[in-house]
Design a protein around this ligand. Structure first.
Ligand code: TXA
Ligand code: MG
Length: 315
């Protein structure tokens, strides 16, 4: 059931059930992070392998539980960017069950910037474990309807907070003796991060990186084969245009192409990020045999968009 009333969401979460929650990045599939059995259902609903750890979502009410595990560098990031699209990896407190972190000694913590979810978190006294609310490896949901389409029968309630305003998942950071590292590019741009931490390093996850086991090479993937290109006009030549979808920013005319999805007509990369996942879902439809995606410029959220498109194109 979809609704924008938080009281059923509170009741279902207290009962150990799954509730989809809106955030500024993408919708999450939430359960009580302190309840093993509830968290287990998340993995089952998503068909997610147990080696892929979950992010723990908190509001001001849950923050004190974690205080003693937050060191100075992490605190600076949190003070600057929370609530917002940033997940910070900290040492795992013992009260967080191992299943949440796939047995790692760390946990990813995030305070989402969405009024409904903040209100929800103020009503409960436990944190919420939540991955993106999509089947494993598929495109993340940016509307309540996206969740309903794929996981509607597996959740007790979908809290509808409107379309996600950022549209791609949070940036994940970790700091240790080796410095401050970005493990996943996301909704908080590198430009913004560098204003506060000029010396961040990229340690972008792949299958080969044991530190972030969930960042598979193939991810955010459509069923329909997807091609990532620099020049869409060149790429559509030789394609069956009736069965081709093209996604990009400031797209040229492209006569004959069946489905043309312009993520931002005036070339605004943040607007493109907001529209990206809905466009991928739309393009991944009957009758389309090839999705051609234009690379985003490498500014603002562009690198995060391209990271997702590269994984979506990976076969
Ligand atoms: O914006 C987001 O982050 C969304 C919303 C719902 O908050 N959540 C999200 O969760 O994208 P998910 O599960 O789809 O992606 C979480 C990523 C995975 O790649 C996982 O491997 C990584 O975070 N991760 C979680 N805990 C980790 C840890 N302790 N160390 C390293 N990576 C971790
Ligand atoms: Mg995900």
């Amino acid at each position: 059931m979809i609704g924008s009333d938080i009281s059923p969401a509170v009741d279902h979460l207290r009962a150990g059930e799954l509730v989809a929650i809106p955030t500024e990045t993408v919708y999450g599939l939430a359960a009580n992070a302190l309840n093993d059995e509830a968290v287990l259902q998340i993995f089952e609903a998503k068909n997610r392998p147990h080696f892929d750890p979950l992010i723990v979502h908190i509001g001001q009410r849950q923050l004190p539980m974690f205080e003693e595990y937050i060191h100075d560098e992490a605190r600076t990031l949190m003070n600057t960017f929370w609530p917002g699209p940033l997940t910070v990896i900290i040492d795992k407190p013992p009260f967080i069950p191992d299943i949440v972190c796939s047995g790692l000694t760390t946990v990813g913590l995030r305070m989402p910037d969405h009024p409904l979810t903040q209100e929800l978190l103020s009503e409960i006294d436990f944190p919420l474990a939540a991955p993106s609310a999509n089947p494993f490896t598929y495109v993340s949901p940016t509307t309540a309807q996206h969740v309903e389409d794929q996981l509607g029968d597996k959740v007790s309630y979908i809290l509808d907070g409107g379309p996600a305003k950022v549209g791609i998942e949070s940036t994940i950071m970790r700091s240790d003796q080796g410095g401050i590292k970005v493990l996943r590019l996301g909704g908080l741009s590198l430009d913004e991060l560098r204003k506060v931490e000029p010396n961040i390093e990229l340690e972008i996850n792949s299958n080969a990186n044991p530190r972030a086991p969930g960042q598979l090479d193939r991810h955010y993937a459509t069923q329909t084969p997807l091609l990532l290109v620099d020049d869409v006009e060149e790429a559509v030549k030789g394609s069956d245009l009736a069965k081709t979808a093209v996604i990009g920013m400031k797209l040229p005319e492209l006569k004959g192409v069946n489905l043309k999805l312009d993520l931002s007509e005036n070339g605004d990369v943040s607007e493109a990020a907001r529209n990206l996942f809905a466009a991928l879902r739309l393009a991944d439809s009957e009758g389309i045999e090839k999705i051609i995606c234009q690379k985003a410029p490498e500014t603002g959220l562009g690198p995060a968009i391209n990271d997702r498109l590269r994984r979506a194109a990976f076969r």
